[in-house]
Write a protein of this length. Structure first.
Length: 151
């Protein structure tokens, strides 16, 4: 499966989601490809926010090699699922969709709950990490259950 994680700037939440999902999928023995992008162009070419890099490192993940990019229409062709962090990201990504097939690939990472943007509040990086980690684990668990039912 190919997964794209999306937030506004691709420097805080989606790089964490990218790193966490890669790590958790690998731990579960899944051969998933994960990437991340932002709905805005503000940070294209930049590394993740130092605070995201620090919290990831605290939990044994290295996201420092990621590079910010903006989501594009071609991502609907490249990825099986696109997970967004909040309803604003959801609306922005859906505005790029060309058809119903594209729209069906877009999901909120935490179901109907938003992952808050920690950019303006340093104290949010830890809870955001935990929320994203829980969301990624739930997605993997659901996929493993689906796979077991098919077998």
């Amino acid at each position: 499966m190919k997964i794209l994680m999306v937030c506004l700037g691709n420097i805080c939440r989606s790089p964490l989601a990218h790193g966490i999902m890669e790590h958790e999928a690998r731990k579960a023995g899944l051969d998933w490809e994960v990437d991340s992008a932002g709905t805005s162009h503000w940070h294209v070419g930049e590394a993740p926010d130092r605070r995201s890099t620090a919290i990831a490192k605290q939990y044994g993940l290295d996201i420092s090699g990621q590079c910010c990019r903006q989501i594009s229409v071609s991502d609907f062709d490249e990825y099986d699922r696109i997970y967004v962090m909040d309803k604003s990201n959801y609306t922005d990504v859906l505005s790029l969709a060309r058809n119903q097939h594209d729209r069906e690939k877009v999901y909120l990472l935490l179901g109907d709950k938003a992952v808050p943007d920690p950019y303006y509040d340093n104290s949010l990086f830890e809870p955001v990490f935990r929320m994203i980690e829980a969301g990624c684990k739930k997605i993997i668990e659901e996929e493993l259950q689906k796979s077991a039912r098919r077998d």
